[in-house]
Write a protein that binds this ligand. Structure first.
Ligand SMILES: Cc1cc2nc3c(=O)[nH]c(=O)nc-3n(C[C@H](O)[C@H](O)[C@H](O)COP(=O)(O)OP(=O)(O)OC[C@H]3O[C@@H](n4cnc5c(N)ncnc54)[C@H](O)[C@@H]3O)c2cc1C
Length: 524
């Protein structure tokens, strides 16, 4: 195996670079819009060719859109309509997942999945799914009797009548994968530009001219991986418009204390709106319930609602009657990019040569990402007539998490660097050393959520109530900025509003400020 290039990554330098306007126009051979799992998978594959490559992401980190909030299931591929882009790329992507995650040092588990029929009428639906899967080329499908199902999953509800077993079903960490894809592409020459929102785009027949929030960009091949906003990009350049509707899905997340309730991902029979409410273990040991499916107008509205969260509990109770309601640690929502044609829109746009779409990538888009990445990168490289690179750097390997180390490894780590001995997140056992490493690495964290997704600090039972001040202090030190400037996820999401002394002085009569010290206060 090739050695990793020895480069010192500075979070402080990177934050400065990512927050200032470009010096003049940026010119690339190929440019990708969107730093989700699709854009990053394409970028990593394209970095195998000799070309100048940019990726523009409007948010302050990669994986801040749909790729951070989904079910994290690597679908087997029995659900998609035979002959569709979804079916083809799902089955191909599933097969690529295991070696890809190994190469990128990202967690992945083939935990299998089960589609459960909750009445004998549903058994015909299972057989239909099985034959659809076989047409799609899915291996390892079989129908389980009620007794076999119960033996595998004793916690399943009493009305479960049988199930379709998919042995190739799996689970992964979608945001860790996206970050790792981006980091690997950066190590191989990708110019990643964050906080860079693409506005107007013009094509002059040879070049695409993009106006962005950080300055002008020009490129010969433009790849549209803008998630729910892919229609806004496409419709500026083509006379055949597409329409993307945000379809919101809400979730509950349960604590690690119930991690052994189910080993497979449990689906109910799918409906026209999607794969229904699932109960699934996660690679991190928590348990996930959801998602709902609701078409909405606002492409940024990721609020959860009491009504939909109640719906999840009602439906999931069929799968898991003993659902322990005291073990919920959080809820969240993600937006599916639903295209009117109900399929992925992949490839070069007929009336705009050089524009390559990866649009309408709703589920199973995460599963399909490795296959879409390879396919669209090849298309772009062919269009540019680019030769393959002879050298390709191996992927970045983050330090092994303290929580997964053996006692002897922990002792050695602390001896070498005492920061390994200082626990910052108690729930997830994340140390100061891991947090500093998450900042100073390729595609490092510059926000509290960025730290969370790279280390799990703040993802445990207390949901960051203990570790946030400490994480802010380390970010401030490493990035060389005041804690008051730091955000939860960029875009003005500041956590601290001011020093108590100053805040009290501005709101209270003068006598009150004598006791006020230098502490900081938070929004809520
Ligand atoms: C509820 C739900 C459950 C799902 N479950 C699964 C599952 O279990 N398995 C599975 O395989 N798939 C699943 N999916 C689908 C999967 O999550 C998506 O297909 C995948 O994450 C899409 O990735 P993306 O890169 O296309 O989009 P995104 O991750 O949304 O990335 C698009 C990026 O483009 C950026 N962008 C947009 N406009 C601009 C602009 N003008 N300038 C610059 N940047 C811009 C955005 O900020 C965003 O970061 C699920 C989706 C949802 C919502």
């Amino acid at each position: 195996m090739k050695q990793q290039q020895k480069i010192v990554w500075s979070g402080a330098d990177e934050r400065k670079r990512q927050s200032k306007p470009f010096d003049g126009e940026k010119v690339y051979d190929a440019c990708i819009i969107g730093g989700g799992v699709i854009g990053c998978a394409i970028a990593r594959e394209l970095s195998r060719w000799q070309l100048s490559l940019g990726l523009l992401e409007m948010r302050s980190d990669v994986s801040e859109g749909t790729s951070k909030a989904n079910s994290a299931i690597i679908h087997a591929g029995y659900d998609a309509k035979p002959g569709s882009e979804k079916a083809r790329t799902n089955v191909a992507g599933n097969q690529l997942f295991e070696p890809l995650c190994r190469e990128l040092h990202v967690p992945f588990r083939r935990n299998t999945s089960l589609v459960v029929a909750f009445s004998s009428d549903g058994l015909a639906g299972l057989r239909e799914l099985k034959s659809r899967g076989e047409i799609n080329g899915v291996d390892g499908l079989s129908i389980l009797s009620q007794a076999e199902l119960r033996r595998r999953e004793p916690a399943i509800g009493p009305s479960a009548a049988g199930a379709l077993l998919a042995e190739t079903g799996g689970i992964c960490s979608p945001y860790e994968l996206t970050i790792a894809l981006a980091a690997h592409a950066v190590l191989n020459g990708l110019d990643l530009q964050l906080n860079c929102k693409v506005g107007q785009i013009r094509h002059d027949g040879r070049w695409f001219h993009l106006q962005t929030s950080r300055g002008p960009v020009r490129c010969q091949v433009l790849i549209n991986a803008a998630g729910v906003y892919a229609d806004t990009i496409h419709n500026q350049l083509s006379r055949q418009p597409i329409e993307i509707t945000p379809r919101r899905g809400e979730y509950w997340l349960l604590d690690k204390s119930v991690s052994d309730a189910f080993s497979a991902t449990i689906f109910q029979l799918p409906t026209a709106m999607g794969k229904g409410i699932l109960v699934s273990p996660t690679v991190d040991g928590t348990m996930l319930l959801g998602p709902t499916a609701e078409d909405i107008d606002d492409k940024d509205d990721v609020r959860t609602t009491a009504q939909r969260l109640d719906e999840i509990l009602r439906v999931a109770a069929k799968t898991w009657p003993d659902l322990p309601r005291g073990q919920f640690i959080t809820s969240f929502a993600g937006l599916r990019a639903h295209a009117r044609q109900n399929d992925f829109i992949l490839g070069e746009v007929a009336d705009c040569p050089g524009l390559i779409n990866a649009a309408g990538i709703e589920s199973p888009g995460l599963t399909a990402a490795p296959a879409i990445g390879i396919e669209l990168a090849r298309l772009a490289a062919r269009r540019l007539n680019a030769p393959r690179r002879s050298q390709w750097q191996p992927a970045w390997q983050p330090p092994q998490p303290f929580r997964l180390m053996e006692t002897e490894q922990r002792a050695r780590a602390v001896r070498d660097n005492p920061a390994w001995g200082r626990i910052i997140c108690r729930c997830e056992q994340v140390t100061e050393a891991e947090i500093r490493a998450a900042i100073n690495r390729p595609v490092g964290a510059a926000t509290v959520d960025g730290i969370k997704r790279r280390t799990r600090a703040g993802m445990g039972r207390c949901q960051a109530s203990f570790c946030t001040p400490r994480v802010l202090a380390i970010l401030s030190e490493e990035l060389g900025v005041s804690r008051l400037e730091l955000t939860k996820f960029g875009n003005g999401s500041r956590i601290l509003t001011g020093r108590i002394g100053e805040t009290v002085r501005s709101h209270e009569p003068p006598a009150a400020d004598a006791a006020a010290g230098g502490l900081e206060v938070s929004h809520d």
